[in-house]
Write a protein that binds this ligand. Structure first.
Ligand code: SF4
Ligand code: SF4
Length: 340
Protein backbone atom coordinates (compact mmCIF):
# COMPACT_ATOMS: atom_id res chain seq x y z
CA UNK A 1 0.00 0.00 0.00
CA UNK A 2 1.25 3.50 -0.86
CA UNK A 3 1.86 5.21 2.50
CA UNK A 4 1.80 8.68 0.96
CA UNK A 5 -1.96 8.25 0.38
CA UNK A 6 -4.82 8.68 2.84
CA UNK A 7 -7.29 5.88 3.44
CA UNK A 8 -10.79 7.35 3.53
CA UNK A 9 -14.10 5.66 4.26
CA UNK A 10 -16.65 6.04 1.47
CA UNK A 11 -18.99 8.87 2.44
CA UNK A 12 -21.91 6.42 2.94
CA UNK A 13 -19.85 4.36 5.43
CA UNK A 14 -20.20 5.93 8.86
CA UNK A 15 -18.19 4.70 11.84
CA UNK A 16 -20.01 4.62 15.20
CA UNK A 17 -18.07 3.99 18.40
CA UNK A 18 -19.48 1.75 21.13
CA UNK A 19 -18.25 0.88 24.61
CA UNK A 20 -16.31 -2.21 23.54
CA UNK A 21 -16.26 -2.14 19.73
CA UNK A 22 -17.40 0.01 16.83
CA UNK A 23 -19.54 -0.48 13.75
CA UNK A 24 -19.16 0.96 10.27
CA UNK A 25 -22.71 1.52 9.04
CA UNK A 26 -22.90 1.23 5.27
CA UNK A 27 -25.94 3.38 4.51
CA UNK A 28 -25.93 2.50 0.83
CA UNK A 29 -25.66 -1.27 1.07
CA UNK A 30 -27.84 -1.51 4.20
CA UNK A 31 -25.24 -3.41 6.17
CA UNK A 32 -22.70 -2.95 8.95
CA UNK A 33 -19.18 -4.19 9.69
CA UNK A 34 -17.81 -4.48 13.18
CA UNK A 35 -14.35 -3.02 13.83
CA UNK A 36 -12.17 -2.60 16.93
CA UNK A 37 -12.30 0.74 18.71
CA UNK A 38 -8.62 1.33 17.94
CA UNK A 39 -9.47 1.42 14.23
CA UNK A 40 -12.42 3.73 14.94
CA UNK A 41 -10.03 6.13 16.72
CA UNK A 42 -7.65 6.15 13.77
CA UNK A 43 -10.50 6.82 11.32
CA UNK A 44 -12.08 9.48 13.49
CA UNK A 45 -9.08 11.29 14.97
CA UNK A 46 -6.80 11.17 11.94
CA UNK A 47 -9.28 11.47 9.07
CA UNK A 48 -7.46 12.98 6.09
CA UNK A 49 -3.93 12.21 7.30
CA UNK A 50 -1.89 9.94 5.06
CA UNK A 51 -0.82 6.48 6.18
CA UNK A 52 2.80 7.54 6.77
CA UNK A 53 1.70 10.36 9.08
CA UNK A 54 -0.65 8.05 11.00
CA UNK A 55 2.05 5.41 11.49
CA UNK A 56 4.48 8.03 12.78
CA UNK A 57 1.84 9.32 15.23
CA UNK A 58 2.08 5.83 16.80
CA UNK A 59 5.93 6.02 16.70
CA UNK A 60 5.87 3.36 13.96
CA UNK A 61 5.23 0.70 16.62
CA UNK A 62 2.04 -0.56 14.96
CA UNK A 63 2.82 -0.30 11.24
CA UNK A 64 1.78 -3.89 10.51
CA UNK A 65 -1.50 -3.57 12.44
CA UNK A 66 -2.36 -0.31 10.67
CA UNK A 67 -1.62 -1.93 7.29
CA UNK A 68 -3.89 -4.86 8.22
CA UNK A 69 -6.68 -2.53 9.33
CA UNK A 70 -6.55 -0.54 6.11
CA UNK A 71 -6.36 -3.69 3.99
CA UNK A 72 -9.51 -4.96 5.73
CA UNK A 73 -11.34 -1.70 4.92
CA UNK A 74 -10.31 -1.71 1.27
CA UNK A 75 -10.95 -5.46 0.77
CA UNK A 76 -14.45 -4.98 2.17
CA UNK A 77 -15.09 -1.96 -0.10
CA UNK A 78 -15.57 0.34 2.86
CA UNK A 79 -12.67 2.65 2.03
CA UNK A 80 -10.44 3.86 -0.79
CA UNK A 81 -7.04 5.55 -1.06
CA UNK A 82 -6.44 9.08 -2.27
CA UNK A 83 -3.76 11.77 -2.45
CA UNK A 84 -6.45 14.47 -2.17
CA UNK A 85 -8.61 13.70 0.90
CA UNK A 86 -9.82 17.30 1.04
CA UNK A 87 -11.88 16.65 -2.10
CA UNK A 88 -14.09 14.17 -0.18
CA UNK A 89 -16.14 15.93 2.51
CA UNK A 90 -18.26 13.96 4.98
CA UNK A 91 -22.02 13.60 4.47
CA UNK A 92 -24.05 16.51 5.79
CA UNK A 93 -26.31 15.12 8.54
CA UNK A 94 -27.99 18.45 9.31
CA UNK A 95 -31.71 18.17 9.88
CA UNK A 96 -34.84 20.25 10.30
CA UNK A 97 -37.31 19.51 13.06
CA UNK A 98 -40.50 18.12 11.51
CA UNK A 99 -43.73 19.80 12.49
CA UNK A 100 -46.02 17.50 10.66
CA UNK A 101 -46.76 13.86 11.00
CA UNK A 102 -44.71 11.16 9.27
CA UNK A 103 -46.59 8.07 10.33
CA UNK A 104 -49.41 6.78 12.46
CA UNK A 105 -50.62 3.55 14.09
CA UNK A 106 -54.32 2.87 14.57
CA UNK A 107 -55.21 -0.07 16.81
CA UNK A 108 -58.58 -1.78 16.52
CA UNK A 109 -60.23 -4.50 18.56
CA UNK A 110 -63.79 -5.84 18.84
CA UNK A 111 -64.89 -2.89 20.99
CA UNK A 112 -63.24 -0.10 18.99
CA UNK A 113 -65.56 2.42 17.42
CA UNK A 114 -63.16 4.70 15.58
CA UNK A 115 -64.32 7.64 13.44
CA UNK A 116 -62.18 6.63 10.45
CA UNK A 117 -63.54 9.46 8.31
CA UNK A 118 -62.25 12.01 10.85
CA UNK A 119 -58.96 10.19 11.49
CA UNK A 120 -57.99 9.89 7.82
CA UNK A 121 -59.04 13.46 7.06
CA UNK A 122 -56.92 14.82 9.91
CA UNK A 123 -53.95 12.60 9.05
CA UNK A 124 -54.23 13.87 5.49
CA UNK A 125 -54.31 17.50 6.70
CA UNK A 126 -51.15 16.78 8.69
CA UNK A 127 -49.38 15.38 5.62
CA UNK A 128 -49.03 11.90 7.12
CA UNK A 129 -47.25 9.53 4.72
CA UNK A 130 -47.77 6.08 6.26
CA UNK A 131 -50.49 4.49 8.35
CA UNK A 132 -50.45 1.11 10.02
CA UNK A 133 -53.73 -0.48 11.08
CA UNK A 134 -53.40 -3.29 13.63
CA UNK A 135 -56.48 -5.47 14.07
CA UNK A 136 -56.60 -7.34 17.38
CA UNK A 137 -60.00 -8.69 16.60
CA UNK A 138 -60.84 -12.26 15.71
CA UNK A 139 -63.58 -11.89 13.14
CA UNK A 140 -62.46 -9.34 10.60
CA UNK A 141 -64.07 -9.59 7.17
CA UNK A 142 -62.75 -8.18 3.93
CA UNK A 143 -65.78 -5.86 3.74
CA UNK A 144 -65.06 -4.46 7.24
CA UNK A 145 -61.52 -3.71 6.21
CA UNK A 146 -62.51 -2.13 2.91
CA UNK A 147 -65.00 0.08 4.75
CA UNK A 148 -62.53 1.14 7.47
CA UNK A 149 -60.06 2.18 4.78
CA UNK A 150 -62.58 3.87 2.51
CA UNK A 151 -61.88 7.43 3.80
CA UNK A 152 -58.19 6.96 2.96
CA UNK A 153 -59.04 6.86 -0.74
CA UNK A 154 -59.33 10.66 -0.87
CA UNK A 155 -56.14 11.26 1.11
CA UNK A 156 -52.50 11.79 0.19
CA UNK A 157 -51.40 8.93 2.43
CA UNK A 158 -48.90 6.90 0.44
CA UNK A 159 -48.49 3.67 2.36
CA UNK A 160 -50.93 1.58 4.36
CA UNK A 161 -49.72 -1.43 6.32
CA UNK A 162 -52.18 -3.87 7.85
CA UNK A 163 -51.65 -6.36 10.65
CA UNK A 164 -54.60 -8.73 10.94
CA UNK A 165 -55.45 -12.23 12.17
CA UNK A 166 -55.54 -15.25 9.87
CA UNK A 167 -58.93 -15.97 8.45
CA UNK A 168 -59.45 -18.97 6.17
CA UNK A 169 -60.72 -17.99 2.73
CA UNK A 170 -60.08 -14.24 3.23
CA UNK A 171 -60.33 -12.53 -0.16
CA UNK A 172 -57.03 -10.62 -0.36
CA UNK A 173 -57.54 -9.89 -4.03
CA UNK A 174 -60.75 -7.98 -3.28
CA UNK A 175 -58.96 -5.98 -0.58
CA UNK A 176 -56.02 -5.04 -2.80
CA UNK A 177 -58.29 -4.14 -5.69
CA UNK A 178 -60.24 -1.78 -3.42
CA UNK A 179 -57.13 -0.28 -1.78
CA UNK A 180 -54.07 -0.11 -3.99
CA UNK A 181 -52.12 1.79 -1.36
CA UNK A 182 -51.82 -1.21 0.92
CA UNK A 183 -48.10 -1.68 1.04
CA UNK A 184 -47.63 -4.64 3.33
CA UNK A 185 -49.93 -7.12 4.99
CA UNK A 186 -48.98 -9.18 8.05
CA UNK A 187 -51.27 -12.07 8.91
CA UNK A 188 -50.75 -13.47 12.39
CA UNK A 189 -51.95 -16.71 14.01
CA UNK A 190 -51.37 -18.27 10.58
CA UNK A 191 -50.95 -22.06 10.20
CA UNK A 192 -47.33 -21.58 9.05
CA UNK A 193 -44.65 -18.93 8.52
CA UNK A 194 -44.43 -17.95 4.87
CA UNK A 195 -44.38 -14.93 2.56
CA UNK A 196 -46.68 -14.80 -0.45
CA UNK A 197 -45.76 -12.61 -3.41
CA UNK A 198 -48.69 -13.64 -5.62
CA UNK A 199 -50.15 -10.13 -5.43
CA UNK A 200 -48.33 -6.80 -5.90
CA UNK A 201 -48.48 -6.45 -2.12
CA UNK A 202 -46.48 -9.04 -0.19
CA UNK A 203 -48.36 -11.00 2.47
CA UNK A 204 -46.29 -12.09 5.42
CA UNK A 205 -47.84 -14.99 7.35
CA UNK A 206 -46.61 -15.64 10.87
CA UNK A 207 -47.65 -18.30 13.36
CA UNK A 208 -47.08 -15.74 16.11
CA UNK A 209 -50.20 -14.50 17.91
CA UNK A 210 -50.19 -10.69 17.87
CA UNK A 211 -53.12 -10.13 20.15
CA UNK A 212 -52.36 -6.64 21.52
CA UNK A 213 -50.05 -3.64 21.34
CA UNK A 214 -47.86 -5.40 23.94
CA UNK A 215 -46.25 -7.33 21.09
CA UNK A 216 -44.40 -4.30 19.76
CA UNK A 217 -40.98 -2.94 20.73
CA UNK A 218 -38.67 -5.91 20.19
CA UNK A 219 -35.16 -4.80 19.17
CA UNK A 220 -32.96 -7.20 17.21
CA UNK A 221 -30.56 -6.91 14.28
CA UNK A 222 -32.94 -8.29 11.67
CA UNK A 223 -35.02 -5.16 12.35
CA UNK A 224 -32.14 -2.69 12.02
CA UNK A 225 -32.76 0.09 9.47
CA UNK A 226 -29.44 0.91 7.85
CA UNK A 227 -30.14 3.82 5.52
CA UNK A 228 -29.49 7.54 5.48
CA UNK A 229 -33.02 8.66 6.42
CA UNK A 230 -33.17 6.45 9.51
CA UNK A 231 -29.59 7.35 10.49
CA UNK A 232 -30.32 11.08 10.27
CA UNK A 233 -33.54 10.66 12.21
CA UNK A 234 -31.78 8.67 14.96
CA UNK A 235 -29.08 11.32 15.27
CA UNK A 236 -31.60 14.07 15.90
CA UNK A 237 -34.77 12.48 17.25
CA UNK A 238 -36.45 9.27 18.28
CA UNK A 239 -36.07 6.54 15.69
CA UNK A 240 -39.54 5.16 16.37
CA UNK A 241 -41.64 8.08 17.59
CA UNK A 242 -40.38 11.10 15.64
CA UNK A 243 -43.37 12.49 13.76
CA UNK A 244 -45.66 9.67 14.94
CA UNK A 245 -49.19 10.07 16.30
CA UNK A 246 -51.48 7.15 17.04
CA UNK A 247 -54.94 6.12 18.16
CA UNK A 248 -55.25 3.25 20.62
CA UNK A 249 -58.05 0.65 20.72
CA UNK A 250 -60.15 2.92 22.98
CA UNK A 251 -59.73 5.99 20.79
CA UNK A 252 -57.10 7.79 22.89
CA UNK A 253 -54.45 9.74 21.02
CA UNK A 254 -50.89 8.81 21.99
CA UNK A 255 -47.40 8.80 20.52
CA UNK A 256 -47.87 5.11 19.85
CA UNK A 257 -50.67 2.95 21.22
CA UNK A 258 -48.36 1.58 23.94
CA UNK A 259 -46.85 4.83 25.27
CA UNK A 260 -48.40 6.05 28.54
CA UNK A 261 -49.22 9.69 27.76
CA UNK A 262 -52.72 10.39 26.37
CA UNK A 263 -53.23 13.66 24.55
CA UNK A 264 -57.04 13.35 24.50
CA UNK A 265 -59.78 11.32 22.86
CA UNK A 266 -60.23 11.25 19.11
CA UNK A 267 -63.95 12.06 19.53
CA UNK A 268 -63.12 15.17 21.56
CA UNK A 269 -60.00 16.70 20.06
CA UNK A 270 -58.45 16.71 16.62
CA UNK A 271 -55.13 15.18 15.69
CA UNK A 272 -54.12 18.71 14.65
CA UNK A 273 -54.59 19.86 18.26
CA UNK A 274 -52.77 16.82 19.63
CA UNK A 275 -49.77 17.35 17.41
CA UNK A 276 -48.94 20.67 19.09
CA UNK A 277 -49.22 19.13 22.57
CA UNK A 278 -45.72 19.60 24.04
CA UNK A 279 -46.02 16.52 26.28
CA UNK A 280 -46.57 14.38 23.22
CA UNK A 281 -43.90 16.08 21.11
CA UNK A 282 -41.35 15.68 23.88
CA UNK A 283 -40.96 11.98 22.98
CA UNK A 284 -40.25 12.81 19.36
CA UNK A 285 -36.89 14.30 20.23
CA UNK A 286 -35.47 11.71 22.65
CA UNK A 287 -32.53 10.37 20.68
CA UNK A 288 -30.21 7.48 21.43
CA UNK A 289 -27.46 9.75 22.79
CA UNK A 290 -29.81 10.61 25.68
CA UNK A 291 -30.73 7.02 26.52
CA UNK A 292 -28.79 5.11 29.17
CA UNK A 293 -26.77 2.17 27.79
CA UNK A 294 -27.88 2.87 24.20
CA UNK A 295 -25.65 5.95 24.22
CA UNK A 296 -22.69 3.53 24.48
CA UNK A 297 -23.90 1.13 21.81
CA UNK A 298 -22.38 0.92 18.34
CA UNK A 299 -25.85 0.15 16.89
CA UNK A 300 -27.51 3.25 18.30
CA UNK A 301 -28.24 4.97 14.99
CA UNK A 302 -29.39 1.89 13.09
CA UNK A 303 -31.61 0.08 15.59
CA UNK A 304 -35.19 1.28 16.11
CA UNK A 305 -35.81 2.66 19.55
CA UNK A 306 -38.79 1.88 21.77
CA UNK A 307 -39.99 4.35 24.43
CA UNK A 308 -43.04 2.31 25.46
CA UNK A 309 -41.24 -0.69 26.94
CA UNK A 310 -38.16 0.48 28.80
CA UNK A 311 -36.22 -0.86 31.77
CA UNK A 312 -38.13 0.04 34.98
CA UNK A 313 -40.45 2.13 32.77
CA UNK A 314 -37.90 4.93 32.91
CA UNK A 315 -38.23 7.59 30.25
CA UNK A 316 -34.51 7.60 29.38
CA UNK A 317 -33.78 3.88 29.95
CA UNK A 318 -32.78 1.26 27.41
CA UNK A 319 -35.63 -0.61 25.65
CA UNK A 320 -36.49 -3.59 27.85
CA UNK A 321 -37.00 -5.82 24.81
CA UNK A 322 -33.39 -5.46 23.61
CA UNK A 323 -31.04 -8.20 24.77
CA UNK A 324 -27.81 -6.50 23.70
CA UNK A 325 -25.14 -5.48 26.21
CA UNK A 326 -22.74 -3.04 24.51
CA UNK A 327 -20.25 -3.26 27.39
CA UNK A 328 -19.65 -6.97 26.77
CA UNK A 329 -20.73 -6.99 23.11
CA UNK A 330 -23.14 -9.86 23.84
CA UNK A 331 -26.77 -10.61 23.09
CA UNK A 332 -28.29 -12.32 26.13
CA UNK A 333 -30.81 -13.89 23.77
CA UNK A 334 -28.42 -15.83 21.47
CA UNK A 335 -30.97 -16.09 18.65
CA UNK A 336 -30.80 -12.27 18.29
CA UNK A 337 -27.07 -12.43 17.54
CA UNK A 338 -26.63 -11.89 13.79
CA UNK A 339 -23.38 -13.89 13.86
CA UNK A 340 -24.83 -17.07 15.40
S1 SF4 B 1 -42.45 3.01 20.89
FE1 SF4 B 1 -42.18 0.79 21.09
S2 SF4 B 1 -44.24 -0.05 21.29
FE2 SF4 B 1 -44.42 2.03 20.44
S3 SF4 B 1 -44.45 1.74 18.21
FE3 SF4 B 1 -42.33 2.16 18.84
S4 SF4 B 1 -41.44 0.14 19.08
FE4 SF4 B 1 -43.68 -0.15 19.14
S1 SF4 C 1 -28.55 -1.39 23.40
FE1 SF4 C 1 -29.89 0.25 22.69
S2 SF4 C 1 -28.86 1.05 20.87
FE2 SF4 C 1 -27.99 -0.97 21.28
S3 SF4 C 1 -29.19 -2.40 20.05
FE3 SF4 C 1 -30.14 -2.31 22.09
S4 SF4 C 1 -31.73 -0.73 21.91
FE4 SF4 C 1 -30.35 -0.48 20.18
Amino acid sequence: MDDSKSVLLFSNCIPVKGASRSAICDLQRNSFQLIPNTLYDILHDYRGKNTKEIKSLYDNEYDNEIDEYFKFLIDNELAFTTLEPELFPSIDFSWKSPYKIENSIIDIDENSCHPFEKIFKELNDLGCKSVQLRYFTINITVDDLIEDLRPSLDSRIKHIDIIMPYSKGFDYNKLFEAHERINFLTVYSAPENKTIQKFDTPIFYTVEKISSSQHCGIVYPANFSINIDHFKEALHGNSCLLGKISVDIDGFIRNCPSTPYKSGHINEISLLDAVVDESLREFWLINKDQIAVCQDCEFRYICTDCRAFTIDNEKYAKPSKCSYDPYNAEWSNPSDNPFN
